[in-house]
Write a protein that binds this ligand. Sequence first.
Ligand SMILES: Nc1ncnc2c1ncn2[C@@H]1O[C@H](COP(=O)(O)OP(=O)(O)OP(=O)(O)O)[C@@H](O)[C@H]1O
Length: 325
Amino acid sequence: MSLGRFGPVGESGSRHGRWAMPSSTPMIELRSLTKRYGATVGIDRLDVTVAAGEVFGLLGPNGAGKTTTLRCLVGLLQPSEGQVRVLGLDPVADHRRLAPKFGYLPGELRLYPELTGQQTLDLLAALQGAPVPRQRELCDRLALTRADLARAVGEYSRGMKQKLGLVQSLQHRPEVVVLDEPTEGLDPLVQETFFELLAEETAAGRTVLLSSHVLPEVQRACGRVAIVRQGRLVTVRSVAELRGARARRVRLVLADGRGARPLGAAERWSPRWDGPRVELLVPPDELVPAVRTMLAELPVADLTVEEAGLDEAFLDLYRNSEERP
Ligand SMILES: Nc1ncnc2c1ncn2[C@@H]1O[C@H](COP(=O)(O)OP(=O)(O)OP(=O)(O)O)[C@@H](O)[C@H]1O
């Protein structure tokens, strides 16, 4: 079972009444974190800090380094360089102290197929080394029935396995939860419940880091997002900031009714034609000069401006990172 380096009950015992952490200590801290696989760079000098009560998103395309980052966080991988701290502790050296306070949902949940759902949850609870006050409630909310839990997980559908994975990641009420692609395989109703659970986690001051390549998921769940690409951090932004940086979509109808043709100076905003209408994506700080140029140079019969979607802001950041030397 690959669920992280959870040991049996360590000297820290249950989650109640142990070492005190200064309130200023970040819940998660990655400092110049680098992981190489031989000649391949998984992640390269990643700096990320996550505070208590945040839902923080790690967003990036396939192969960006999300899983590598999460595995370093969980202590499954030893960094090649740099530092990882979770609750001020080293996930490799201090994994026994961390296990009761830490929840992890791996991207590929591999379970013992012959164990029942209930046996799996109980085994993982023992490895977490903590009581599981939320196990029953989470199973109920994620619609894992007693009959489901009595079946061998080898018979589970993908969605049921994912639900079991979510239950085990939260059942011991951990202070920090790391989730790799958490909504994979969940139907829309269960996804709703998942988002409710996330909101409750942060309302209770707990911290969540989730990886995703699904933008609407991040937009909905996270306050801040780190965008990674080819192992490098492109940017860390609040979702609100990403919205503010959104391009403006300018739609024009040209009076002469003709279709696609060169637009002179306006060509730089990548026009997309649809019959006599044309659509351009303009960065917010170029909007006023762009509209002036269009009105001066083109036979404009109609013009509308609206904010482009968050996905376009996101793609813009990707493109900008690609253009970097
Ligand atoms: N065990 C490994 N051995 C060699 N290279 C690896 C290994 N694991 C990951 N990599 C490489 O490290 C880079 C980052 O991979 P990683 O799995 O962390 O990305 P990811 O963002 O999680 O991708 P995905 O969204 O596809 O899961 C990729 O180039 C990948 O090929």
